[in-house]
Design a protein. Structure first.
Length: 58
């Protein structure tokens, strides 16, 4: 059974889902980027996450 939750970091919502199989929480990367960078625009945070993921893959 998966459990959905809204967590807060720097007063910003971060979506999370509990994974019963692995006994751990999974967090939305875009929401974490928004919270850390204090970015009000969801699109800019998503673009930054895609750019960062590409750079980490190289």
């Amino acid at each position: 059974m998966s459990k959905k939750s809204i967590r807060f970091f720097n007063d910003r919502e971060v979506r999370a889902v509990w994974d019963d199989e692995n006994n751990c929480w999974w967090f939305s990367a875009t929401d974490v980027v928004r919270a850390i960078n204090d970015e009000p625009d969801y699109t800019k945070a998503g673009n930054y996450w895609r750019w960062l993921k590409q750079k980490l893959g190289q």
